[in-house]
Design a protein around this ligand. Structure first.
Ligand code: FAD
Length: 118
């Protein structure tokens, strides 16, 4: 296996990035100010330009430009769902299973209902 103190490969980079992105949605306000909403859209836009896997970044930008795929940031619930859909678009593209987006909050914010996350 690849040593962990080496530059990340695409998979490692992806896992860390999704952890950051979903965690941001988990801590996002339920009622964000108009300014934060605007900054959040800018953040996602800039993120999609700087993501350090260039073919991933290009495809992610293309996906975000499609009808209905622009970041939805008017509440935590909306932003969390949007991020889940964005992640699912990548899952589909690379042949991974789609995640059930009704469960995003259990996975990333509250922990699972069975209590296994403590
Ligand atoms: P990951 O997909 O990294 O997911 C981590 C965990 O998140 C999962 O174990 C699961 O618990 C949870 N999860 C899974 N799906 C969802 C969801 N929809 N919503 C909420 N939680 C979920 N890789 C490529 O090979 N080609 C690409 O073009 C590519 N583009 C990418 C674009 C972006 C913007 C990002 C952030 C990553 C991209 N990746 C790409 C990386 C890829 O998405 C995975 O991160 C990588 O393949 C490792 O996958 P994984 O199986 O460890 O789980």
């Amino acid at each position: 296996t690849y040593p962990s103190d080496c530059p990340p490969d695409v998979e490692q980079l992806g896992r860390s990035s999704w952890t950051l992105l979903h965690s941001i949605t988990a801590q996002y306000p339920e009622s964000p100010s108009p300014q934060l909403q605007s900054e959040t859209k800018t953040f996602m836009h800039t993120f999609s330009k700087l993501y350090p896997c260039w073919h991933c970044a290009t495809d992610f930008q293309t996906w975000m430009k499609k009808d209905g795929n622009a970041p939805r940031v008017s509440s935590r619930e909306e932003f969390g769902r949007w991020m889940c859909e964005a992640h699912n678009a990548v899952n589909v593209k690379i042949g991974k299973k789609e995640f059930d987006c009704t469960k995003w909050e259990e996975r990333w914010r509250t922990g699972w209902k069975d209590g296994r996350c403590g």
